[in-house]
Ligand binder design. Structure first.
Ligand code: PLP
Length: 362
């Protein structure tokens, strides 16, 4: 046996590393980033603010001011606190670790966000994927049957879902929470909330087994790595024990505090992206054979089967034209010939559309 085999768990060895392609020189529409950046005057003010940060000191691990700002700005209900993560990826990891009793399971609709399964495996939890319906709506009966069979400790519902972009029916989600009852937690992942304008946050008092998770990544701050999660205080306190005490670094903390004072700028950018999403969707729908799925996120899922082209081939032809989107066709059988494109700034969307039309014709 080699050293690796001696020490590394087989499920870790079997995993492929999360692959992030190099995008330099590309129109980058693969990762749901906000294309805009901050206006010059805010960048200057932020620079001065960051210059005053005490880099020699550990962060104060209560993060009281930042949390209070998040609670106020993002509509966390009275009596509810948040736990902060180094991106919501870390929150997913924290929840997985806290719930990893021997034999515990994680359940989520598939296709869905890959980190639910990855994090479950890292923590030694079994992952159960429940297929969505053909139209990517939640298959309520199958979900309820799977919950009854597996009694998952954690159930994830992304609202809206990634990579499909749609919002699940809210009543179906409530049925899931009721079916899970006090044998598990249901995490509503609202990573795309600024583009969805729908939320379960205000309903936290109704559902003691629900947690609502969000991130500032898709809002325009993917680089600072900050996520937050709210749930009933007793539950949140348990998750907070698993959180590394200094997980939010002082630069992220100061940047987020600054931008909470200027949240209107990010809101305005989200509004612009929602308008761009509508324009991009109709331009794509006008291309013969291209199916565009309804999206409440800052990306569009399209299916190209009826164009007569193969999704993977179109993806490669876009790469040749220096446009990077995401080929999700191999992620799940339901996604055959599907591509996911992030909604960018107007000029980026135009570049994509030009390249896509050329790729279809090639
Ligand atoms: C992007 C995304 C996240 C992760 O966000 P980070 O805060 O950047 O780690 C979580 N959930 C879903 C559904 C996402 O699409």
């Amino acid at each position: 046996m080699s050293l690796i085999e001696n020490i590394i768990r087989p499920e870790v060895r079997a995993l492929a590393a999360y692959h992030v392609p190099d995008a330099s020189g590309f129109v980058k529409l693969d990762a749901m980033e906000n294309p805009f950046g901050l206006p010059a005057h805010l960048r200057e003010q932020l620079g001065r603010r960051l210059a005053d940060v005490a880099l020699n000191r550990y962060p104060v691990p209560s993060y009281a001011k930042l949390k209070a700002g998040i609670i106020e700005t993002f509509g966390v209900p009275a009596g509810f606190d948040v736990v902060l993560g180094n991106g919501s990826d870390e929150l997913i990891s924290i929840v997985s670790i806290a719930c990893a009793k021997p034999g515990a399971k994680v359940l989520a609709p598939v296709p869905g966000f890959v980190m639910y399964e990855m994090s479950a495996k890292f923590a030694g939890l079994e992952f159960v994927g429940v297929p969505l319906k053909q139209d990517f709506s939640l298959d309520k009966e199958t979900m309820l049957a799977a919950i009854a069979q597996h009694r998952p400790a954690i159930t994830y519902l992304a609202y809206p879902n990634n990579p499909t972009g749609n919002l699940f029916n809210a009543d179906d989600m409530v049925a899931v929470m009721q079916a899970v009852g006090d044998t598990g937690i249901v995490i509503v992942d609202e990573a795309y909330q600024p583009f969805a304008e729908q939320t379960f946050m205000g309903r936290l008092p109704e559902f003691p087994n629900m947690a609502v998770m969000r991130t500032v990544s898709k809002l325009g701050l993917a680089g600072i790595r900050l996520g937050y999660m709210s749930a009933a205080p007793e539950l949140l306190a348990e998750f907070d024990k698993v959180r590394p005490p200094y997980n939010i670094n002082v630069l992220t903390e100061a940047t987020a505090e600054f931008l909470l004072e200027h949240a209107a700028v990010l809101d305005e950018q989200a509004t612009q992206l929602r308008a761009e999403r509508a324009k991009l969707a109709s331009a794509l729908e006008a291309l013969p054979g291209v199916e565009v799925f309804p999206s409440a996120a800052n990306f569009l899922l399209i299916r190209v089967t009826k164009t007569g082209c193969d999704g993977g081939e179109l993806f490669n032809r876009l790469l040749e034209r220096r446009v990077l989107i995401k080929n999700v066709g191999k992620m799940h059988t339901l996604l055959e010939n599907c591509l996911r494109v992030t909604v960018g700034a107007s000029d980026e969307n135009k570049s994509f559309l030009t390249a896509f039309a050329a790729a279809l014709a090639a």
